[in-house]
Design a protein around this ligand. Structure first.
Ligand SMILES: [Mn+2]
Length: 373
C-alpha cells in the first residue's frame, strides 16, 4: 500500500517537522506484518511530498497464523500465497462505492463478454490487431469480475487481455476464481491435473508470446479472493462468502471464497458437494458471486450467483449495482459440455442426491447438490 501527502504551503519542507521525519532520509519501521517506509520523492520550499509505503510480508503474516485446520482439505492449495496481504487490500477498497457492473463467470467466452459490455454501455478499445484491450464506461462505472475468466471457452487469452487492461487502467476489479488459481499453479510449474477445460487454455496460451503469458502469471498472482465494497454493503467472492468471513483473512476464508463451503464429499458426477451457505445467509451485505452455474440469476437472501453457464451454452450475466438490475447476453454456442445438467437455483433445489442426503442427516442441516467446479 502506498500513501502520499503533498503540501505547497511555503516552506513546504516543514512537512518533515510535522511528520517528525527528515526529508533527506529514507525512514523504515518494522511492523508485525512487514515494513513501513517513509521517504520524500520531492522536497523543495515550494512543494514537498511524503510517501508512506507499507510493504506487507505475507510469510510473516502466514507464519503467525499457519496451523492445521481440521476439515480444510484444500489447505495445501490455499496456504501458498499472500492471502493475508490481500485481505488488507480487500478492506482498503471498501470506500469504493460504484456504481458497479458485476460480471459472472466468463470462462473464455470473449465474444459474449464484448457483447455484454456493449449492452451495459461500455466502449471497448482495441489494439492494432483488433483485439479488445480495454473498456471504459461513459458514466464512470467500474466492472467487477467474479472470477473464472479462463478455461473451457474459445478465447481465454482474449478475455484475459481485455480484463487485464481494464484492471490495470482501474476500470475493473477482479477476484480470483478456482480456475485462475489452478492456471497460476500450472504456469508456476506446479503439478496440476489438466482437466475442467485447462487444456484448452494452455493450448490457447501456447499461441501467445511469452511476455503475454508472463503478464498473465503476474496478473493471476495479484488477484485477491474477495472484495468488500461500498462501505461494507457489497461483498464479491467467486464462490460467495458467509457473513463472519467478510473482510477476514485466513486459509479457511480464502478456501471458502474460491471453492465454496465444500464437504469433502463428491456426488455421482464426481463433483464436490457443497453446503448451501446462501440459504442460511442473514447478513446485511449483498454478496455477489459465481462458480455454480444456474439457469437464471436469482436472489437468495441478499446473495446472487451470476454464473449462468455461458460456456455451457447458457448466458453471460451481469448485475448493475446499486440498481440491482440483471443484464444478460445469450451464449453464441455451447462451447463445453457440462459434467451434469445445469442445476436449479439454490432456492428451488430440492432434489438431493444420496451423498448429499447422508451428509445432510449427519450434519443436521440441508445440503445442496453441487455443480461444475
Ligand atoms: Mn468456479
Amino acid at each position: 500500500m502506498l500513501l502520499t501527502v503533498t503540501t505547497t504551503h511555503v516552506p513546504a519542507t516543514d512537512l518533515g517537522y510535522l511528520l517528525v521525519k527528515h526529508p533527506d532520509r529514507v525512514h523504515s519501521l518494522a511492523l508485525p506484518t512487514g515494513t513501513a517506509y517513509v521517504c520524500y520523492p520531492e522536497a523543495t520550499a515550494q512543494r514537498c511530498t511524503a510517501a508512506l509505503l507499507l510493504d506487507v510480508d505475507p510469510r510473516r503474516l502466514t507464519a503467525k497464523t499457519r496451523r492445521v485446520v481440521a476439515g480444510l482439505t484444500l489447505g495445501r492449495y490455499v496456504n501458498d500465497r499472500p492471502y493475508a496481504a490481500s485481505s488488507l487490500l480487500a478492506a482498503a477498497l471498501a470506500e469504493l462505492t460504484g456504481p458497479f457492473d458485476l460480471i459472472g463467470d466468463v470462462h473464455g467466452c470473449r465474444a459474449e463478454l464484448e457483447a455484454l459490455l456493449a449492452k451495459l454501455g461500455w466502449t471497448v478499445d482495441r489494439d492494432d490487431s483488433g483485439r479488445p484491450v480495454h473498456a471504459t464506461h461513459p458514466a464512470g462505472r467500474t466492472a467487477v469480475f467474479v472470477g473464472d475468466l479462463v478455461d473451457r471457452g474459445p478465447d481465454s487469452p482474449g478475455v484475459l487481455r481485455l480484463v487485464m487492461g481494464m484492471v490495470a487502467a482501474g476500470t475493473a476489479l477482479c477476484v480470483s476464481g478456482n480456475h485462475e488459481q489452478k492456471l497460476l499453479r500450472k504456469l508456476r510449474g506446479r503439478e496440476v491435473k489438466v482437466s475442467h477445460g485447462l487444456a484448452e487454455t494452455l493450448d490457447q496460451l501456447a499461441a501467445e508470446p511469452p511476455g503475454f503469458v508472463a503478464g498473465v502469471g503476474t496478473f493471476l498472482d495479484g488477484l485477491i479472493s474477495h472484495y468488500v465494497l461500498d462501505g461494507g454493503r457489497l461483498v464479491v467472492a467467486h464462490a460467495g462468502l458467509k457473513e463472519q468471513y467478510h473482510g477476514r483473512a485466513s486459509g479457511r476464508v480464502r478456501a471458502f471464497a474460491l471453492y465454496g463451503d465444500t464437504t469433502g464429499e463428491t456426488d455421482e458426477y464426481g463433483l464436490p458437494v457443497r453446503y448451501p451457505w446462501a440459504r442460511e445467509y442473514r447478513g446485511s451485505a449483498t454478496v455477489v458471486y459465481g462458480h455454480t452455474p444456474t439457469p437464471t440469476a436469482e436472489w437468495v437472501n441478499n446473495t446472487i450467483c451470476l454464473d449462468t453457464g455461458a460456456v455451457f451454452g447458457g448466458a453471460l450475466t451481469a448485475l448493475r449495482y446499486p440498481e440491482r438490475e440483471i443484464v444478460s447476453v445469450p451464449a453464441a454456442a455451447q462451447y463445453y459440455a457440462p459434467a451434469r445438467p445445469l442445476g436449479p437455483a439454490a432456492r428451488e433445489d430440492s432434489a438431493l442426491n444420496l451423498n448429499a442426503e447422508k451428509i445432510s442427516i449427519l450434519a443436521g442441516h440441508p445440503v445442496s447438490r453441487t455443480s461444475m467446479v
